[in-house]
Design a protein around this ligand. Structure first.
Ligand SMILES: NC(=O)c1ccc[n+]([C@@H]2O[C@H](COP(=O)([O-])OP(=O)(O)OC[C@H]3O[C@@H](n4cnc5c(N)ncnc54)[C@H](O)[C@@H]3O)[C@@H](O)[C@H]2O)c1
Length: 339
């Protein structure tokens, strides 16, 4: 096999599909392997296995058998109430992926997150080399639920950098913004782009007195998969870490009007101001630190040949088509709307 992809959730499944489309063979490892529709192909280039990234032996057994050259590490745990597991998967699992890559000479792509920037102020493009803001304690308007996850991703990425410096490991870290697109079939259906689309499909109104000016950094999953593929197959870049997002961020009121351009009957109205962090009817999903910010992709363009092509309308159009085709997974019956 050419590549081992750990975690076949939302991003991992799309990454596996991209590698296969590019002619690579993939072994996909997950503790709970599930094939989404777009991986349901009769293809000798894909095999899925059950495995646990928190167990070094489980990973090594597969690597010894399949002999991949590339390791894409996407497996993650995010439940904010289960921080022991967050550490076990996101920190120990990453340490195991690194150790395997070192021992077996694999090229590693680590899926990091824009959440590692923490509390940073200002409406500007954030560059990779800026000093990170604090993660804890959260400020009054921060969503505390993402803190453990953000800490684990920050430590994970720094561990990755240490392996690169200590052992000369060929590794790249991609700091993803808030990803959307085909394959979301969990609690994230009730946040951001997913929720707006679902409400519009069933003709349910959404009128909120706030939130329209909340600024979000969205990226479509196909652009992410392209970035991962480039990071795994091009000559190793000079830098370790790269922001991966679209050219620009969007206000939630722009998200609402983009939904209306796709579904003219959509009845979404958001009042001015930021989405408050507490006591609101809609969980904000990936917006752990909703400071008005967008991450700069200048470095990724320069060194990875990253060229995102999905603006919000094009990206939502793809997602909408997939969602309708997979309505059994995405309907309010499958995931009831927040009360
Ligand atoms: N989705 C986003 O908006 C986003 C944003 C920034 C960064 N990221 C990063 O991208 C990566 C992928 O995220 P995602 O959205 O696909 O997450 P996801 O939750 O959809 O998928 C994660 C997968 O990891 C698997 N997993 C969990 N514990 C495991 C274990 N011990 N062993 C093996 N598999 C295990 C889960 O079963 C799941 O299928 C993560 O590293 C995440 O931090 C995602």
């Amino acid at each position: 096999m050419d590549a081992l992809v750990t975690g076949t959730g939302f991003v991992g499944a799309n990454v596996a599909a991209k590698f296969i489309d590019e002619g690579k063979s993939v072994i996909a490892l997950d503790q709970n392997p599930v094939k989404p529709d777009f991986l349901q192909r009769d293809d000798a280039k894909l095999s899925m296995v059950k495995g646990n990234v928190s167990e070094l032996g489980s990973l090594e057994e597969i690597v010894k058998k399949e002999r991949p050259k590339i390791l894409v590490h996407t497996a993650t745990y995010i439940n904010p109430r289960e921080v022991y597991n967050v550490f076990e998967v996101n920190v120990r699992g990453t340490s195991n992926a690194l150790e395997i890559a070192r021992k077996h000479d694999l090229r590693l792509v680590y899926l990091s997150s824009g959440a590692i920037y923490g509390q940073m102020e200002g409406n500007r493009d954030i560059e990779e080399d800026e000093s990170f803001g604090p993660l804890y304690p959260p400020r009054e308007h921060d969503n505390t639920s993402g803190v453990g996850y953000a800490m684990s991703k920050r430590l994970g990425e720094q561990w990755v950098g240490m392996y690169r410096d200590l052992y000369g490991l060929e590794v790249t870290a991609l700091r993803l913004a808030w990803v959307y697109g085909r394959g979301i079939a969990d609690y994230r259906l009730n946040s951001g782009v997913s929720l707006f689309l679902r409400k519009a499909i069933v003709g349910e109104s959404m009128h909120l007195p706030y939130g329209g000016d909340t600024f979000c950094d969205f990226v479509h999953v196909f652009d992410v998969a392209d970035a991962v593929f480039n990071a795994a197959t091009r000559p190793i870049p000079k830098n370790l870490a790269f922001n991966i997002t679209y050219e620009k961020g969007y206000l939630m009121k722009e998200v609402a009007s983009s939904v209306k351009s796709l579904i003219p009957t959509a009845d979404i109205e958001l009042g001015p101001g930021m989405w408050p962090s507490k006591g609101v009817p809609i969980p904000r999903g990936g917006i752990s630190f909703p400071s008005a910010r967008h991450t700069s992709i200048a470095r990724a363009k320069r060194e990875l040949g990253y060229a995102p092509s999905y603006d919000l309308v094009k990206g939502m159009n793809e997602y909408l088509t997939w969602m309708k085709k997979n309505w059994d997974l995405c309907s309010p019956q499958a995931y009831p709307f927040p009360a």
